[in-house]
Design a protein around this ligand. Sequence first.
Ligand code: ZN
Length: 112
Amino acid sequence: MSYCPSCKYQFEKGLKICPNCETELIEHLPEEHEVDEKWMLLKKYHSEVEANMIKEVMENNDISCLIRFDVLHDSLLVDSSTALLYVSESTIEKAKKIISEMISVQKQDSKK
Ligand SMILES: [Zn+2]
């Protein structure tokens, strides 16, 4: 397989130049691309609503999210579940930046 380092597409062996962006194709995928994209824990939320809100913001920024629930086994408390928000490894820096920007906007709002 040939691989375009720029647009991350794979092409049939034999191609030397990416038909999309004319970048020179490389023979093998970089090591980190050989594995399926990893999901990284972005943040923990105490409610599904909150996690879904962030998920929506991320998706508006072209970051796909995954929400998993971490439920304590022996708890009778209603709020014992934690919503874990995951983003893929390649987008986590962007996602963190968006979150920190959101937090700073919230702080500015509360000053008013
Ligand atoms: Zn390309």
